[in-house]
Design a protein around this ligand. Structure first.
Ligand code: SF4
Length: 207
């Protein structure tokens, strides 16, 4: 049973928005779409593969097989989200879970999860910017490299997978910074208008 690279079967715990949640034993290599159909999941917006620290899979990838060499984690926790669910709320929920679960031993995980959660909350409230998005990507990279154990190394996954596969969750909520203030440029422009010369330029002229 299974495929050449991933032989055998796999137990999956399927829950969420489906008519027949439960424990399923499937042949490795089975496409996710077939499993969703077995569980009676319709109108699916996303599937979280691998539990809270896994990744959100978009409908375009449901035809791919579950196997060790495939794109899906073969961790057995599968959560189905239908079209009525707000995925950003789900991401915020998982980040809150990780903030609570972090043991606090190392800084990247202890502080990083709190910072990621505050970015997500800002974006959900409509106060986030493109800089928040870039910041989350960069911080998630640091957490993955510098956290001491698997919790901190995988906790950014709900954010990273939705940023990659569901960019439409973020883009319409980001504020456009039309009036971002640059102190250095503003000072230079004001000095030029007033005809002021900086001390540095005065010293050069005196030499
Ligand atoms: S990465 Fe692990 S050791 Fe570090 S704070 Fe998180 S749970 Fe604790």
């Amino acid at each position: 049973m299974g495929t050449e690279a991933s032989s055998g079967t796999k137990l999956l715990s399927i829950c969420g928005d489906c008519a027949r949640p439960g424990i399923y034993e499937i042949k490795l290599g089975t496409p996710l779409s077939e499993i969703l159909s077995l569980a009676g999941a319709t109108d699916v917006q996303a599937v979280l593969m691998g539990g809270a620290a896994g990744g959100f899979v978009p409908p375009g990838d449901f035809g791919k097989p579950i196997c060790f060499s495939g794109v899906y984690s073969v961790s057995g926790a599968v959560v189905v989200f239908n079209q009525q669910r707000n995925l950003l709320d789900a991401v915020a929920y998982y980040m809150e879970f990780f903030c609570h679960e972090s043991c606090g031993y190392c800084t990247p995980c202890r502080v990083g999860n709190e910072l990621l959660k505050s970015c997500i909350d800002r974006i959900r409230a409509g106060d986030g910017t493109a800089e928040d998005k870039e910041y989350m990507l960069s911080l998630a990279g640091v957490m993955k490299k510098a956290s001491r154990c698997g919790l901190g190394q995988t906790s950014p996954n709900p954010i990273l997978s939705t940023l990659t596969s569901f960019p439409e969750l973020y883009e319409p909520r980001l504020k456009i910074e039309k009036f971002k203030f640059n102190l250095k440029r503003a000072t230079e422009e004001a000095s030029a208008i007033a005809g002021h010369t900086s001390l540095h330029v005065k010293e050069e002229r005196m030499q």
